[in-house]
Design a protein around this ligand. Structure first.
Ligand code: BGC
Length: 769
């Protein structure tokens, strides 16, 4: 853990400069706008430890897989979102010495991420080795209104000695990915130009051929007056800059405004990149920094209006949930069905910025409840559009007849992962993708989606399950052999309870949807059946037989489901008895020892109980919870949120609160000692689930909303908003009552503490506790 940030409801604040914290703060103070994002690197030179990171959504590189012994079925490459051109760079030299916080004496350092308004600022005084003292005050943001643009206001006050100050704003595509498998540079140069107040670089990615133009325009003001000093252009391969020198006296204040844009061939024809970039810069210049910032604030106000969770009485909890929501909204805006949410978003390189099951299992509920329906629909369409590749992927592995196995990790539908030995048997991901369709439908009631896209995907996934099972003559049951469940601390196990559960559920749900589409969209059904050679009667009968005869490991004696066959053969030690110096075990134990131990990396059996909670009585949930929580080390960021929801359901409020803090402040307090690598973006949606589904008790069954609000001791009240089938509701939970506001014209049926109410449009309901 590393707690160095100040508590504040709307801001993340770092005070004082500690070089050790630079990589962590670079992650935590990251900014993004869905189209691009960046780590909070400094504008000026920094020679200390840093991970430079600028990322453009959709622009990736297929880095050749690095494994020891190649086996059939290994993915050819590990896709990674590329570290792209640095557009923020402003080199500052005072009397020929470079400003560099790793080398200068730094005082009054303060960095603030203003989440309410969507900008990042930094303030410090630096004394250079030549004695010159400069006070720097910066503000920058990536516009969510003009999402091709970023803007910086870089203010320098000359404090003691006068002389010559040289400012060099630049764009630089000569960058590397720290996680490159073969230390290769991924960008090839195309053009570099610098003239007057403009500089641009166009570069192309190797193999994938994405072309990106990164361009900048700058302006300089001295003591409140715009000046036009002659700038010296400078270009070299993949780099373009304008350098200008000013004579300054003590007390002078210089402001450099820098506007920049990234235009990529992901969205524009290659021949237009430069002209689009220039037009974008022209727009920025006309609006200028202040207007762009005003628009940014207004746009963020709207985002918060829709998705804020407010918590009274607990600043740490409040700051944390806002941080999670802010980062999610910076990462994915849902306007482009080709994009998805990487586990680290735009804040680091780990996980390659690719798509994991995290999207469906964790992120979808957040976007379903806080954004317009098309946002969640685009996440679904992303997978639907990759169905052909999923079928191809399954075919390569020996499946047939249109069976689909979606990748565990992907950019474009192809499987691509470095850590293939662990993840290739994580076929449970197929289940999460099917479950997302169900979740979307129960939430939106967009039944046409099933006829147009959903059914086709569900059939392909069910065909996979039907071929992946084996009939065991010994058990007289269907078994699922050689899988890895969500708990990656067990590999190649038989009958992972979660996988068998979600597969069975999927077979049953697909049958339901077949029935629905056949009856209600007959023509579409017939044409789909023809397209994919679907024999409804034969295939659904097979699925029914499998679902009715699936093997689920359990311990009758303990009254629990078993994570997998023979789980109880393991030595049963509890997490509380682990020597704290051995944790996290993934940083202290051999892989062999981890695999032999009973310790669970992340929710697995409990993940299944969480998804299908309505199937189990409270005692069953509680027995399983007690058993598995005691053995779970939560070394995946995706774990504590699921446990929070269940702990709250079981009224174990102290534990739920502790787990909530762990999930929500995971990055702010660096629980896993690795925040420097990037933020855990996908688990941030889990944090949202912890409050809304955990404490708020939100569920959707039978076309109705269910609420069961509980309040942690430390909180006076909390409130959140959700969208549901065209309505917007605000739920305000206090110690003694729950208020539900209906901000739409629609009448809604809802169940609060097990009692049904009808809430008219534009009305409020109060239920006393
Ligand atoms: C987890 C996976 C997850 C991945 C990306 C891993 O540590 O075990 O479940 O998909 O991280 O977040």
């Amino acid at each position: 853990m590393n707690k160095y940030l100040k508590l504040d409801e709307w801001n993340i604040i770092e005070e004082g400069f500690n070089q050790e914290n630079v990589p962590s703060s670079e992650s935590i103070f990251s900014i993004g706008n869905g189209r691009m994002g960046q780590r909070a690197n400094f504008e000026e030179n920094y020679s200390g430890k840093t991970l430079q990171g600028n990322y453009i959504a959709g622009v990736y590189f297929p880095d050749k897989t690095k494994v020891g012994w190649w086996k059939n079925g290994y993915p050819e490459y590990f896709a990674k979102v590329l570290n792209a051109a640095n557009w923020i760079g402003i080199q500052v030299n005072m009397n020929d010495e470079a400003l560099d916080l790793a080398k200068n004496k730094v005082t009054n350092f303060k960095r603030v991420l203003n989440m309410r308004e969507g900008h990042l600022s930094r303030y410090f005084t630096a004394t250079l080795n030549n004695g010159c003292e400069l006070t720097v005050d910066t503000c920058r943001f990536l516009s969510i209104v003009d999402d091709n643009l970023g803007a910086i206001r870089y203010k320098i006050k000359v404090n003691n000695l006068g002389g010559k100050i040289t400012l060099t704003p630049y764009v630089d595509a000569d960058v590397v990915n720290e996680d490159s498998n073969y230390d290769e540079k991924f960008w090839e140069p195309i053009t570099e130009k610098a003239e007057g107040t403009l500089a641009l670089v166009t570069a192309k990615t190797k193999k994938t051929g994405f072309v990106v133009t990164t361009a900048m325009h700058y302006e300089v003001w001295v003591n409140g007056k715009k000046t036009e000093p002659t700038a010296k252009p400078a270009t070299r391969e993949k780099y373009a800059a304008c350098s200008l020198t000013l004579n300054v006296n003590p007390g002078d204040e210089i402001i450099l405004y820098k506007f920049a844009t990234n235009i990529s061939s992901f969205n524009h024809p290659i021949e237009k990149l430069e002209s689009v970039a220039l037009a974008e810069l022209d727009k920025a210049q006309k609006k200028h920094f202040e207007q762009m910032l005003t628009e940014q604030k207004a746009a963020w106000e709207t985002k918060w209006e829709e998705s804020d969770i407010s918590i009274e009485g607990d600043v740490a909890a409040q700051q944390a949930i806002r941080f999670n929501i802010f980062q999610l909204n910076q990462t994915y805006t849902g306007e482009d069905e080709r994009l998805n949410i990487g586990p680290k978003g735009f804040t680091g390189e780990k996980y390659g910025g690719s798509t994991y099951w995290d999207t469906e299992a964790y992120c979808l509920p957040f976007y379903l409840a806080t954004a317009d329906k098309h946002v969640a629909r685009n996440l679904l369409l992303y997978r639907y559009k990759q169905l052909d590749k999923a079928i191809e992927n399954a075919t390569k592995l020996g499946f047939n007849h249109g069976a689909a196995l979606f990748p565990m990790v992907t950019m474009n539908g192809e499987e691509c992962h470095n850590e293939w030995e662990i993840t290739f048997e994580e076929i449970h991901r197929n289940g999460a993708i099917a479950h997302a369709v169900y979740n979307y439908i129960r939430y939106t009631n967009d039944l046409n989606y099933l006829a147009d896209y959903g059914l086709e995907l569900l059939i392909a996934i069910s065909r996979f399950w039907a071929q992946r099972i084996t009939y065991s003559e010994t058990l007289k049951k269907y078994v699922m052999l050689g899988v890895t469940g969500p708990n990656e601390y067990e590999n190649n196990v038989d009958n992972n309870w979660y996988t068998n559960t979600i597969a069975t559920w999927c077979l049953n749900y697909t049958r339901e949807v077949v029935d629905y589409v056949q009856k209600n969209h007959t023509e579409k059904f017939l044409s789909l059946s023809q397209k994919i050679s679907f024999n409804a009667e034969v295939e659904t009968l097979k699925w029914k037989t499998i679902a009715e005869n699936m093997h689920f490991p359990e311990s009758k004696e303990l009254g629990i489901f078993l994570q997998q066959d023979n789980y109880l053969n393991k030595e049963q030690i509890l997490v509380k008895d682990l020597d704290p110096s051995q944790r996290p075990i993934n940083q202290n134990w051999s892989w062999d020892r981890i695999l032999r131990s009973c310790f669970i990396k992340q929710a697995d059996t409990l993940q299944g109980i969480y998804l299908f909670e309505e199937e189990y009585d409270v005692d069953t949930i509680e027995r399983n919870f007690n058993f598995y929580e005691a053995r779970t080390v939560h070394e995946s960021s995706l774990s504590p949120c699921v446990h929070t929801v269940l702990a709250a359901r079981l009224n174990k409020m102290e534990l739920a609160y502790e787990l909530y803090l762990r999930t929500s402040r995971l990055d702010l307090d660096d629980y896993n000692c690795e925040v420097g690598e990037g933020l855990h973006i996908t688990s941030m949606a889990g944090t949202w689930m912890s409050v809304v589904q955990g404490f708020g008790g939100l569920r959707v069954y039978n076309h109705k909303i269910y609420l069961n609000p509980r309040i942690p001791k430390a909180w006076d009240s909390y409130s959140f908003k959700i969208r549901f089938r065209g309505s917007v509701l605000k739920i305000n939970a206090l110690k003694n009552k729950v208020e539900v506001h209906n901000y739409s014209n629609n009448e809604l049926k809802l169940v609060i503490f097990e009692k049904e109410y009808t809430l008219n449009g534009n009305n409020k309901l109060t239920v006393e506790i």
